[in-house]
Design a protein around this ligand. Structure first.
Ligand code: FES
Length: 146
């Protein structure tokens, strides 16, 4: 039912834990299954220097959280906002259809953490790129609705 990559990221999840003083934190949940994901980001100069997660959820939720952190680590905020649940699922070699929503939760958790980071920067001190991202997020206010 699960690929080797899913089993590997479930058994040995990467980047588990919290970041002390994280400057972006996003928490999302799925009301149907009750699973919850929290992502912590350390952003410097528009780049995700470090990322960790805590997930209370199913095996696929753990595996997709782990893979999502690997996919955004060292990436820019723009790249992180472009992460799709499809990319997370593909990087894991695929997920059973009933587990696709777990990858969506991972995408939403990353986006919620980036959004949190961006919204914390006072308007006047945003770079042009950050301001453009905030505007984009405001046009899509339901980004992390589970
Ligand atoms: S069953 Fe809901 S996140 Fe996996």
């Amino acid at each position: 039912m699960y690929t080797q990559q899913v089993m590997d990221h479930f058994m040995n999840p990467r980047n588990v834990g919290e970041i002390d003083g994280a400057n972006g934190v996003g928490t999302v949940g799925n009301a149907k299954c009750g699973d919850i994901m929290r992502m912590f980001l350390q952003v410097e100069d528009g780049v995700i220097k470090d990322v960790k997660f805590k997930t209370f959820g199913c095996g696929a939720a753990i595996a997709t959280s782990s893979m999502a952190t690997e996919l955004v680590k060292g990436k820019t905020l723009v790249e992180a906002l472009r992460l799709t649940n499809k990319a997370v699922a593909e990087a894991l070699g695929g997920l059973p259809p009933v587990k696709i929503h777990c990858s969506l939760l991972a995408e939403q958790a990353i986006k919620a953490a980036v959004e949190d980071y961006l919204k914390k920067i006072p308007g006047a001190s945003r770079t042009a790129e950050e301001a453009a991202l905030v505007e984009e997020l405001e046009r899509r206010p339901v980004l992390h609705e589970a």
